[in-house]
Design a binder for this molecule. Structure first.
Ligand code: FES
Ligand code: MG
Length: 588
C-alpha cells in the first residue's frame, strides 16, 4: 500500500480517530452508489471530477463522455471517483454576459472542493471562462488539481475554405453589411464553422485558455490542442485520471506550480500562439488568486515577442492542423530554445516543463513558424494609458496590412493615429445609431463604446470589435479603430483598444468623452488621449454620468459590489485573502 506524502483529507470524514465506523455512516446517507464500505475504509483517495459539460454548456459537453474515461483512469490507479457539476458557463448564450459566471462558478467550486471529502480534482475545461474559473478555485482551496481540456471542434469547411468559430461570423457580417452575401449564405458559413463536439476551433479564448493552462504546467503535455472527437482525447482523459490519483499521493498542489515564473511563461505563450485578448484579465485573475503579482511591464515583455502560430484569427489554420503540428509542446520548444520561457518550472507530471516537452518540436512549419522567422515580430498585447484610462490593451497580432497602411504608416508619424470619436453607450446604442447618416462616420473616425465594463454591463461584454457602418463596408473599409471599456471576442480580428480601466461606470475618463472629440493614439509611447482641455474635462466631470442599467438579479448586485476592474483581472477582491483553505481541518 502506498503512503501519501500528507494524510488524505478525506480521512477526516471517513476515518476520524475515535469515531466509530464513519465510512458506514456516510455510505448509508449518500455515497452508496458504486462504493463499498471496504473501499471507503481502505484509504484510497477521493478524486473529484468537476463536470463543466451539460446541455447549457455545449462547448464542454464532450466531458460528459470523457468523464467515463477519467473514472476508468482513477479506478485503475487506485482512487475513488466522484463527479459533480460546475455552474454552467456558455459564452454565446448567457445574458447579459458569461463573464458574470466566471466568478460565480469560481465561488461554487471553492465551496465544493473545500467542503467535501475531495483529495484531488480533475478540472474539465473548454469554453472560455471554464478554465480560469476552475484554476482560480483550485488556488483558493489548494488541493492537487489537474486540467483536462475537452479539446476544440474539428476544423470547419465551407465552399472549400476553412471557416473558424467566431472569426467566420465577424468576417461574414462585414460581407453581409457590404451586401456581398445573403442572409442564407451567412447562416451556411456560420453553421459550417461548428462541425462537431468541442470548443471553438480558432485560437479564440477557449483554445487560448486551455493552451495557457498547459503552459502553466497544469495539464498533461499536449492536452490542450487534441480535437474533442479524436481518439487521443479519450486516451488523455484516462491518463489524466491516473495522474490525478498519483498527484493526490504526491501532494502536488497548485501553490507549488502557479509561481510568478509560470505566469510569465504563460504571457510569452499567449503572444506566440496569437492568443485571445481575454487572456489578459484571466491571467491576471489566476495570478492574483495564486498570490502572484503581474504588472503592465510584464505584458510589455510579452508584447516584444513574436507570433509563431498560424491559426485564425491572427493567421490561417484551425485546431486540427495545430494539433497535428505539435500543439502547445511544439510552441514551448520554440520559446525554450530561445530562452524566452523558464523550462525549470514544476508541473502536474512531477517533472519540469522542459522535461515534459523534450523532443516534441513541430513537424509542420506552415503552422508553427520558427522563432527567428516568425509570422509577425512584436506581436503581443500593447499596454496603453492616457487621460481616458489608466490601462488598456491592444492585440497587435491581428493588425492587418490594410489597417496598418491606413492608420499606422503616415510618414514621420508611424504608429500614431488620430480620429474623431463616435461615442456609444452600450451595444444597443451602437446598433441603433451606427448607420445613422447624421453621425457622418468616415475613415477619420474612432468608434468608442462605454458602459461595457465590469460594473457598467455588468460583467464586461465582448462588444468593442464594432464594425463600420454599412456604407463604409460597401466602400471597402473593413475596419475602423475602436476603443472601449468592454472586451472583445478572442475570435475577433479587430485590433481594438480594449479592457479600458477604470471603466466609464467606475469613474474612468470614457465617461466624459463626447462624440466629436479628437482622440490621439500613439503606439510608440503606449498612449491614448482625448485632445480636450483640462478645464473642459473638469466641467464635463460635473455633468451627470452616462446611464448604467440597474442590477436585475441578486448575483449581479453582489458581483458589482465585490468585483474589481479588468486591468486587475475582474476578480472578487475580497476573495483574494482566502488561499490554502484546505489546510484547515473540516469542522464536523
Ligand atoms: Fe464556447 Fe467558443 S463559445 S468555446
Ligand atoms: Mg468569447
Amino acid at each position: 500500500m502506498r503512503t501519501p506524502v500528507r494524510p488524505f483529507r478525506s480521512r477526516e470524514w471517513f476515518a476520524a480517530p475515535g469515531r466509530s465506523d464513519m465510512a458506514a455512516l456516510y455510505l448509508e446517507r449518500f455515497m452508496n452508489y458504486g462504493i463499498t464500505p471496504q473501499e471507503l475504509r481502505s484509504g484510497r483517495p477521493i478524486i473529484g471530477i468537476a463536470q463543466s459539460g451539460s446541455d447549457l454548456a455545449p462547448c464542454n459537453r464532450i466531458h460528459v463522455e470523457l468523464a467515463k474515461r477519467v473514472r476508468d483512469g482513477i479506478r485503475d490507479a487506485g482512487g475513488i471517483a466522484m463527479e459533480f457539476p460546475l455552474h454552467p458557463i456558455f459564452e454565446n448564450c448567457r445574458r447579459p454576459t458569461a463573464a458574470l459566471d466566471r466568478n460565480l462558478a469560481y465561488l461554487g467550486l471553492v465551496e465544493i472542493l473545500n467542503g467535501y471529502p475531495i483529495d484531488a480534482v480533475v478540472l474539465t475545461t473548454g469554453c472560455d471562462k471554464t478554465t480560469p474559473a476552475q484554476v482560480m478555485a483550485a488556488s483558493t482551496v489548494d488541493i492537487p488539481a489537474i486540467v483536462l481540456s475537452g479539446g476544440p471542434m474539428l476544423d470547419g469547411w465551407h465552399d472549400g475554405e476553412l471557416v473558424g468559430s467566431g472569426t467566420v461570423i465577424w468576417r461574414s457580417r462585414r460581407k453581409l453589411g457590404a451586401g456581398e452575401i445573403t442572409e442564407d449564405e451567412f447562416l451556411d458559413a456560420a453553421t459550417a464553422s461548428a462541425p462537431s463536439a468541442g470548443h471553438c476551433n480558432t485560437m479564440g479564448t477557449a483554445s487560448t485558455m486551455n493552451a495557457i493552462a498547459e503552459g502553466l504546467g497544469l495539464s498533461l503535455p499536449g492536452c490542450a490542442a487534441i480535437p474533442a472527437p479524436y481518439r487521443e482525447r479519450g486516451q488523455i482523459a484516462y491518463e489524466t485520471g491516473v495522474r490525478a490519483v498519483e498527484m493526490a499521493y504526491e501532494d502536488i498542489r497548485p501553490s507549488s506550480i502557479l509561481t510568478r515564473q509560470a505566469f510569465l511563461n504563460a504571457i510569452a505563450l499567449t503572444t506566440a500562439i496569437g492568443g485571445s485578448s481575454n487572456a489578459q484579465p484571466h491571467i491576471m485573475a489566476m495570478a492574483r488568486h495564486a498570490g502572484v503579482d503581474i504588472t503592465p511591464e510584464d505584458w510589455m515583455v510579452g508584447y516584444d515577442l513574436p507570433l509563431l502560430v498560424n491559426m485564425q484569427p491572427a493567421g490561417k489554420y484551425l485546431g486540427e492542423r495545430f494539433h497535428r503540428a505539435g500543439g502547445v509542446p511544439a510552441v514551448l520548444c520554440e520559446l525554450l530554445a530561445k530562452g524566452k520561457i523558464d523550462g525549470g518550472v514544476p508541473t502536474v507530471t512531477g517533472r519540469t516543463l522542459a522535461e515534459n516537452v523534450a523532443g516534441r518540436e513541430t513537424r509542420d512549419r506552415d503552422v508553427i513558424w520558427p522563432y527567428d522567422a516568425p509570422l509577425k515580430k512584436r506581436a503581443g498585447f500593447l499596454v496603453l494609458k492616457g487621460n481616458l484610462f489608466d490601462f488598456a490593451i491592444m492585440k497587435t497580432s491581428v493588425i492587418s496590412d490594410a489597417f496598418r497602411a491606413r492608420y499606422l504608416s503616415r510618414p514621420g508619424e508611424e504608429n500614431i493615429f488620430e480620429g474623431r470619436a463616435i461615442v456609444f453607450d452600450g451595444s444597443d446604442d451602437y446598433h441603433h445609431r451606427i448607420n445613422d447618416p447624421a453621425l457622418n462616420i468616415d475613415e477619420d473616425c474612432i468608434l468608442v463604446i462605454r458602459g461595457a465594463g465590469v460594473l457598467g454591463w455588468p460583467g464586461s461584454a465582448e462588444v468593442v470589435n464594432m464594425q463600420p457602418p454599412d456604407a463604409l463596408l460597401a466602400r471597402g473599409v473593413q475596419s475602423l479603430p475602436t476603443l472601449g471599456d468592454g472586451r472583445q471576442s478572442g475570435t475577433s480580428d479587430s485590433p481594438s483598444i480594449l479592457n479600458a480601466s477604470p471603466e466609464s461606470a467606475g469613474g474612468g475618463g470614457l465617461a466624459w468623452l463626447r462624440t466629436g472629440d479628437r482622440v490621439r493614439v500613439d503606439l510608440n509611447r503606449g498612449e491614448c488621449n482625448a485632445l480636450v482641455e483640462p478645464g473642459e474635462i473638469e466641467r464635463r466631470k460635473a455633468e451627470p454620468a452616462p446611464p448604467v442599467p440597474a442590477s436585475n438579479t441578486p448575483w449581479e448586485e453582489l458581483y458589482r459590489e465585490k468585483t474589481g476592474q479588468l486591468a486587475e483581472g475582474g476578480v472578487m477582491e475580497m476573495a483574494l485573502k482566502y488561499r490554502g483553505t484546505s489546510e484547515k481541518p473540516p469542522r464536523h
